[in-house]
Design a protein around this ligand. Sequence first.
Ligand SMILES: Nc1nc2c(c(=O)[nH]1)N[C@@H](CN(C=O)c1ccc(C(=O)N[C@@H](CCC(=O)O)C(=O)O)cc1)CN2
Length: 294
Amino acid sequence: MTARIIDGKVIAAELRGRVADEVARVRRDHQLTPGLAVVLVGNDPASEVYVRSKHTQTQAAGMASFEHKLPADVSEGDLLVLIARLNHDPRVHGILVQLPLPKTLHTETIINAIDPAKDVDGLHPNNAGRLAGGFAALSPCTPLGCIILTKSVHASIEGMNAIVIGRSNLVGRPLVQLLLNENATVTIAHSRSRDLAKLCAQADLVYAAVGRPEMVRGDWLKLGATVIDVGINRIPVPGAKPKLVGDVAFQEALDVAGAITPVPGGVGQMTVACLLVNTLRAACAIHGLPAPAV
Ligand SMILES: Nc1nc2c(c(=O)[nH]1)N[C@@H](CN(C=O)c1ccc(C(=O)N[C@@H](CCC(=O)O)C(=O)O)cc1)CN2
C-alpha cells in the first residue's frame, strides 16, 4: 500500500482563490477592503520568509497589507503602543504578531493587547476560550488548515478516533477543540505521554505537532490512517541547505498510511491561506456583514 499524498500546495491555492473571489465581492458590494497588519520583531530568517509570504499573498487576494518591522531590542511599551494604534486603525481588520518573539518580550502580554475582534491568529484568551467553549471564534490558522486537509480526504470525521500529539497554544490545543467540534473522538498526547506507539495504533487520524524530527514511526500507525504532519524541522546538512523534515518518518509512513501530508508542501502551505480566511471573516464581522462563504 502506498499512501495518497495530500497536496497542501494545491489545496491552499484553491482556498486563496476562493478568498480572492469573496474579497472582490465585499469590495464591490460593500466598499470594504479587508486589511491585515503583521508585526515582525527582530530578524529571525524563517520569520522574515513567513512575513514576506503573508504580505505577498494578502495583496494577491485583493486585501490591504500593512507590515511593521521592529528591531529585536524594541521595548514592550513601544510594541504595545503600536498594537493600540492598530486596534484603532479602521483600515486594519486583522492583527498578527509573528512568533516567536525575542525572549525579552512577554508573549502573553503582547497577545492579550490585541483587540480580540482583530485577533486573526486566534490566540487571545477571548478567542481561545470561545473556541474551547464550542462558540464561534477566530481560530488559529495552522489547526484550521489541518481540518481542511483532513476534510480533503474524509467528508465527515464524526466518530473517528483522532490523536493530537502536541499541546501548544498555536497548534495542539486549538486543534483538539476543532476536532471535537467535528465530533471526532480525540486523544491528546505530548512528548511526555507513555507508549505513544500504542496510542497511535488506535487512531484513524494522526496529527503530529510535537516539534521532534521524524518521531512518529511508520510501525506506530494503524493501516490506512490519515496522517497530518505539522512539524517543520530543519536538519543541518554539511555544505548544503538544511533539510526540512516533519514530525513523522515520511518514507516509513507511506507504506502504512492511507493518506499523508508531505513536509514541505503540506500543512505549512495552509497556514497563510487560513490567515487570509480569518482576515476576511474578521473584516465582515467588524462591519456587521454576514460571514463570507469561505
Ligand atoms: N503569529 C504566528 N506565528 C507563527 C505561526 C502562526 O500561525 N502565527 N506559525 C508559524 C510560522 N508560519 C506562519 O507564521 C508558517 C510556517 C510555515 C509555512 C510554510 O509555508 N511552510 C512551508 C515550508 C517553508 C520553509 O521552507 O520553511 C511548507 O511547509 O511547505 C508558512 C507559515 C510559526 N510562527
